[in-house]
Design a protein around this ligand. Structure first.
Ligand code: ASP
Length: 486
């Protein structure tokens, strides 16, 4: 990557992009400075037309008649509209590019990773350790969340009127999350495992939310590649080796755009978020943040004591992935960068990175499980639902399962929170009230928990790498390393 050539490391460039994004977003939102200029000079008089359709039911000549009435309203073109139309698309293109290469990267890198192991017993060793460590970190995260929320008690003594208002405002928007959660709950106990096995690999690969299915196929494929004679396997091996190199190069090139993309993403978030939303929910948000910070502290301790590596060096190596996780709220979109950073900048060999990171992105969500524990107890405190010790244990179990089942996309953690609350036996009305209440601050908290999800994956990859002797010195490649200038 270019950072080694220019004076400024990539994470600084991304950070600067983020800060500018927030700043410019703030100016546009408040119609100041350049935003004002654009509104007045370029778009003066332009109107945003919004049409709303309402179904009117009437009784005409003793017959019930339904008709749709469309009302059009208009408002002046604002700085926020300008950001959505002209700045946000840069961020959207960047996220699309990352998602575009996620599935091919998993296929190429995991196939090559397994084939390089040369022996299935090594795969089961890495697999066993990966799943066990992921389970331990998730349980730790839920327990930490429960501890923090039980000590701080953010839900007691909250002003009822303010909560009612926030909840009412978000009731409609949060309804889809509740619906999705209820649908998910209605499926059978083994549905999760059944869903992991695709019936059509092209169908699975066509949808980024089916990443686990792709992983299952590739593991199966990789194992069979190990089991056939070496000379027959060689062409496949060489093909995926080359494909893997190409895709890693694509990551390098896409990352050249990252400072501008995070600028666009954060600029858009700033114009569409109202900072006042934190208001009465600030204590709850602080609880989640304290838990998340403690979780990062635990990861760094594990890195320090188990691998003997510098924690600052580790953070520097993975920081671009963390910053992207924050800006995109999606560990799936961040996955190509996480893999590239862990492999090249931390020094975990491909055999481990290619296996641990994609699996982590889909099943290991420590930030999400911690958030689910805090949110569940917070909602119970607010509605006055007494939690017994057995209930708290139920939260540990369901939040762990729910985080495994959460998709690695923005807002997915909230869908699974519905299942956690439902398992506790919270009445439907209270559940809807609670979800709508915390919906108000979900996006900023989602950004933070995604950072922890990604940091967790990188940490576990490093720990597993060390445990199987596959942690070496970093081997950073620049985007134009093999480019021959004529
Ligand atoms: N946005 C999170 C992720 O992609 C999932 C969630 O907690 O909503 O990791």
């Amino acid at each position: 990557m270019t950072e080694e050539r220019s004076n400024l490391a990539l994470h600084w460039k991304i950070l600067i992009g983020m800060v500018f994004g927030v700043l410019v977003g703030y100016l546009f939102k408040n119609g100041l400075w350049f935003g004002n200029f654009i509104e007045f000079w370029l778009y003066e008089g332009t109107e945003v037309i919004k049409s709303t359709q309402t179904t009117i039911t009437e009784v005409i000549n003793n017959q019930v008649v339904e008709r749709i009435e469309t009302t059009k309203s208009s408002r002046p073109y604002k700085g926020a509209d300008f950001v959505k139309d002209w700045i946000y698309p840069i961020g959207k293109i960047f996220v699309n590019l990352l998602k575009l290469i996620a599935v091919p990267l998993i296929i190429a890198s995991l196939t090559k990773g397994i084939a390089d192991l040369k022996d299935i017993s090594k795969l089961s060793k890495i697999g066993g350790r990966t799943i066990s460590v992921y389970l331990v970190t998730t349980l730790l995260a839920v327990t930490l969340g429960l501890m923090v929320v039980n000590i701080i008690q953010p839900g007691s003594g909250m002003p009822a009127a303010a909560m009612e208002e926030i909840s009412q405002n978000n009731l409609e928007k949060s309804a889809s999350k509740i619906e999705a959660g209820v649908l998910q709950k209605q499926t059978g106990p083994l549905k999760f495992i059944v869903d992991m096995v695709p019936s059509n690999i092209f169908g699975a690969a066509a949808n980024n939310s089916n990443m686990l299915q792709v992983i299952v196929f590739v593991i199966f494929f990789g194992i069979c590649l190990l089991l056939i004679p070496r000379e027959k396997a060689k062409p496949m091996h060489d093909f995926f080796d080359s494909m893997n190199e190409v895709i890693l190069k694509m990551v390098d090139l896409i990352m050249l755009m990252s400072p501008y993309a995070v600028f666009a993403l954060l600029c858009n978030l700033t114009v569409s978020t109202d900072p006042a939303i934190f208001g009465v929910l600030i204590q709850y948000a602080i609880c989640v943040l304290i838990g998340l910070l403690m979780m990062i502290g635990l990861y760094l301790m594990a890195i320090h004591f188990y691998t003997g590596r510098s924690t600052v060096g580790f953070l520097k190596a993975i920081s671009p992935a963390q910053l992207l996780a924050f800006s995109t709220s999606s560990s799936a979109a961040t996955l190509p960068v996480t893999m590239e950073r862990v492999e090249e900048h931390v020094g975990v060999e491909k055999e481990v990175t290619s296996f641990v990171c994609p699996i982590g992105a889909t099943i290991n969500m420590d930030g999400t499980s911690l958030y689910q524990a805090v949110a569940a107890v917070f909602i119970c405190q607010v509605i006055g639902f007494e939690l017994t010790l057995a209930d708290q244990l139920t939260i540990v179990l369901t939040a762990t399962m729910a985080s495994i089942g959460s998709a690695a996309v923005p807002g997915a953690g909230m869908v699974m929170l519905v299942i956690v609350l439902d398992t506790l036996g919270i009445p439907a009305d209270d559940l809807a009230f609670g979800i709508a209440l915390i919906f108000a601050v979900d996006r900023p908290l989602d950004m933070c928990r995604t950072v922890v999800n990604v940091t967790g994956d990188a940490t576990v990859a490093t720990l597993v790498g060390k445990s199987v002797g596959k942690l070496r010195d970093p081997n950073v490649k620049n985007w134009d390393d093999h480019y021959e200038r004529s």
